[in-house]
Design a protein around this ligand. Structure first.
Ligand code: PDD
Length: 278
């Protein structure tokens, strides 16, 4: 497929980054993943706002204007055969001529954008849900920045996979903050709770959308801390992200969540989500 790198569109196989790129040496960069349905990005402005905050968080100026970003996305979305896609963009602090932790001078950022087909949801997810495991959160103190330094998330997601689970739910100081690649919702007695945003979790664009949809569906919802016990005693657990949408978690650490079946509130909100992306 076609990708964008530093001002040019080119085939993926031709895209090259120098080995001294700070993304490669330090994981010194940020990224976004933006879903697009029928080639239209969902919540584009919220994603670009978050990119702005991530860049500010690592003290890097946005190399492109909003119009530039939108133009690149439109070009890539048009060039791909799939109607539903996931755009991936990454900005690093560029490729200076040596390795030094301090910010380089006179170095332009590296800007890379690609897109891939967004696979339709496996029907088993809506029928049976997925399993998750609780893991101690080993990430850093600025999980609100969508940083490409993802080794902790990689280890946690693999730990879940090794246990046959789809997601690791991360526990910090006794609080379950989010998944390794998703945000978390806990439902008890028809009451929806999600951990409040802050430095310990990524402010998910899908999370914001679910909060809005819960309001429209007149489901009571609060943003407040969630304990391990809240998760273990929940009627329903959901995780969500741009690429996974809203996913019911029906097993936690091998035990059923609620009655172990996909819950009615998940069905209600998933229907609302499917309607709003169409
Ligand atoms: N991950 N929390 C973490 C740690 C994430 O990595 C993600 C998304 C989310 C959900 O955010 P959003 O709804 O804006 O996608 C929450 C992306 C999809 C990824 O790393 O591929």
């Amino acid at each position: 497929g076609t990708v964008y790198l530093n001002g040019h569109f080119m085939p993926l196989a031709e895209a090259r980054v120098p080995v001294l790129d700070r993304g490669f040496l330090f994981g010194d960069g940020v990224y976004e993943v933006i879903p697009a349905y029928d080639r239209k990005p969902l919540r584009l402005h919220a994603h670009l706002d978050r990119l702005e905050r991530s860049l500010a968080g690592i003290r890097l100026a946005n190399p492109l204007s909003r119009a530039d970003w939108e133009g690149i996305f439109a070009h890539l979305l048009r060039s791909h055969e799939a109607a539903n896609q996931a755009l991936y963009l990454q900005v690093t602090r560029g490729a200076p001529d040596g390795r030094d932790h301090r910010f380089p001078e006179n170095t332009s950022p590296t800007v890379f954008v690609m897109t891939k087909a967004l696979a339709p949801r496996n029907p088993r997810i809506a029928e049976q849900g997925v399993s998750a495991v609780l893991c101690e959160d080993t990430r850093w103190q600025r999980c609100d920045i969508k940083s490409i330094s993802l080794v902790a998330a990689v280890l946690l997601r693999q730990e879940a996979a090794d246990q046959g689970a789809e997601e690791a739910l991360l526990v910090r100081d006794g609080r379950v903050v989010e998944g390794s690649t998703s945000n978390l919702f806990v439902i008890r007695d028809r009451y929806v709770t999600t951990p409040p945003t802050g430095p310990e979790l990524l402010s998910g664009i899908t999370r914001d959308l679910i909060i809005e949809l819960a309001g429209r569906e007149r489901l009571p919802l609060t943003e407040q801390p969630v304990s391990v016990e809240d998760c273990r005693s929940a009627d329903e657990l959901w995780i969500c992200s741009s690429t996974r949408e809203l996913v019911p978690v029906t097993r936690l650490d091998g035990e059923p969540v609620g009655d172990g079946r996909v819950g009615p509130l998940w069905q209600q909100l998933d229907a609302a989500y499917q309607a709003c992306k169409a």
